[in-house]
Design a protein around this ligand. Structure first.
Ligand SMILES: Nc1ncnc2c1ncn2[C@@H]1O[C@H](COP(=O)(O)OP(=O)(O)OP(=O)(O)O)[C@@H](O)[C@H]1O
Length: 251
């Protein structure tokens, strides 16, 4: 599904190389987790995949179902099925949450040559999905993320993901700021979206999220590269022993 080969990325504004040869393949139907010490490049990878400005790809390639992702603008990547749930969701004053989502859903449908969703169908769907995530009706009417608590913002990201039904879901530290109940809700929301034709890349610092969203593969990122790949046990090893032993083995 998503294939990243030898990806090298530097900041546009300064001569700083952040990703130094990332190789990663996420197969359809699989959940890959990325862990790694602070500053190793995890968020940068997620931003580059989603098409955020400010980064220059100096080498390597990224394809989604064989299509060159790096050639596409951010909105084209979204229409192609790449979704990023932000580590720090942005507030959009003046834009109602529901209006934002309906516009996003229909823009993607249009870009794919599909019919727009009717207002009635949209309302029915968003109410059902919001209920599952315990997002109340009031939050759907408020401006996007404005005045939302940290946990509410994260749940709202998952609502967006549930409404857009992307092919490739990237979650950047979605667990940070969530209380234990919210973590369960969010994980259930993610698990409900797991399917044979959808891939997940879950960036997290904590094993506890992976207790709920069981990964198929766990990667450790360090200094702009994936330095170790394993099964779910690798996350447990990190939780129990930190990164020192793993990094001493591989760096
Ligand atoms: N715009 C920027 N200007 C300067 N340095 C940057 C910028 N963006 C990223 N970096 C640097 O790139 C490195 C990787 O950052 P990134 O946020 O990708 O790490 P991370 O693995 O997601 O960290 P964390 O676990 O703390 O969220 C860090 O050293 C960071 O300071």
């Amino acid at each position: 599904m998503l294939e990243i080969k030898n990806l090298h990325v530097k900041l546009e504004e300064e001569d700083k190389q952040i990703l130094k040869g990332v190789n990663l393949t996420v197969e359809a139907g699989k959940v890959h987790a990325i862990m790694g010490p602070n500053g190793s490049g995890k968020s940068t990878l997620s931003y580059v995949l989603s098409g955020r400005d400010g980064y220059e790809v100096t080498d390597g390639e990224v394809t989604l179902e064989g299509e060159d992702v790096l050639e596409l603008e951010a909105e084209e990547r979204a229409a192609a099925g790449i979704f990023l749930a932000f580590q720090y969701p942005v507030e959009i004053p003046g834009v109602g949450n529901m209006t934002f989502l309906r516009t996003a859903v229909n823009a993607q449908r249009k870009a794919r040559g599909e019919e727009e969703m009717s207002a009635a169908d949209f309302l029915k769907l968003i109410r059902a999905k919001a209920k599952e995530l315990k997002i109340d009706a009031d939050m759907l009417k408020r401006p996007v993320n404005v005045g939302f608590s940290g946990g509410e913002k994260k749940r709202n990201e998952i609502l967006q993901m549930a409404m857009l039904e992307p092919k490739m879901c990237i979650l950047d530290e979605t667990d940070s700021g969530l209380d234990v109940d919210a973590m369960k809700l969010v994980s259930e929301g993610v698990n409900a979206l797991r399917s044979e034709d959808r891939g997940f890349l879950v960036i997290t610092h904590y094993q506890r999220l992976l207790d709920h969203i069981k990964p198929d593969v766990v990667h450790i990122m360090y200094d702009g590269r994936i330095v170790k790949t394993g099964g779910p046990d690798l996350a447990l090893e990190v939780e129990n022993n930190g990164y020192a032993d793993i990094l001493a083995e591989v760096v």
